[in-house]
Design a protein around this ligand. Structure first.
Ligand SMILES: [Zn+2]
Length: 162
C-alpha cells in the first residue's frame, strides 16, 4: 500500500472543527429550530492570525463565532445577561434582537458607543476581528485589543451568561 500521508501533505488542508465546537453548533441548531428559525449555516474556520481555529458564520446579518473551548459568541454585541439570555447559545439564537437593541442605543449616543472597549458599530465581523463600519474603533486597534473586544464584556463562560 502506498504511503498516503506523503502523497497528500497535511499542510494547507482544511481542518475539521473540533468535537467541542461541533457539539456546541448542534446545540445551537436545536435552539434555533425550537424558535422556528433556519438552522442551515455555513460555518467557516478562520486561518487569520487573530482568530485561528475559530469558526465564523453570519446568521441573519450578524456574525457568530465558536471558539475552540465551545464558547459561542456574538462579537459585535457587548453584553447579554440572564434572565432573558441565560446561556451564550440562547443569546446567539437571539443575536438579531440583541444587535438591533445595541444599534438603537449606539445610534442615540455614538460618542459613548465609540468609547466602549467591547462590541462593534457593525454587525459583521471578519476573521481579522474588524467589523465593516469605518467609524468603529476596531479599525485602528492592534490585534491583541481586537481579540479582547471580540470576547465581549462579561461572557467568557461557554455554558452560561453572567
Ligand atoms: Zn468594529
Amino acid at each position: 500500500m502506498r504511503n498516503r500521508r506523503n502523497r497528500f501533505p497535511i499542510e494547507g488542508r482544511i481542518r475539521a472543527m473540533n468535537s467541542t465546537q461541533d457539539a456546541r453548533i448542534k446545540e445551537f441548531e436545536i435552539e434555533v429550530k425550537k424558535r422556528g428559525g433556519n438552522a442551515v449555516m455555513d460555518w467557516k474556520e478562520s486561518h487569520s492570525p487573530e482568530s485561528r481555529g475559530i469558526l465564523f458564520a453570519d446568521v441573519d446579518g450578524v456574525t457568530l463565532m465558536v471558539y475552540s473551548d465551545g464558547l459561542i459568541s456574538i462579537p459585535a454585541v457587548r453584553t447579554y445577561h440572564p434572565p432573558r439570555y441565560p446561556t451564550p447559545i440562547i443569546a446567539a439564537a437571539l443575536a438579531t434582537e440583541l444587535w438591533a437593541g445595541q444599534k438603537a442605543r449606539d445610534d442615540a449616543n455614538l460618542d459613548l458607543a465609540k468609547s466602549r472597549r467591547t462590541g462593534h458599530l457593525g454587525p459583521i465581523i471578519d476573521p481579522d476581528l474588524k467589523c465593516r463600519n469605518t467609524n468603529c474603533p476596531c479599525q485602528r486597534e492592534s490585534s491583541d485589543v481586537r481579540q479582547r473586544r471580540a470576547r465581549g464584556g462579561f461572557n467568557w463562560n461557554p455554558d452560561r451568561c453572567s
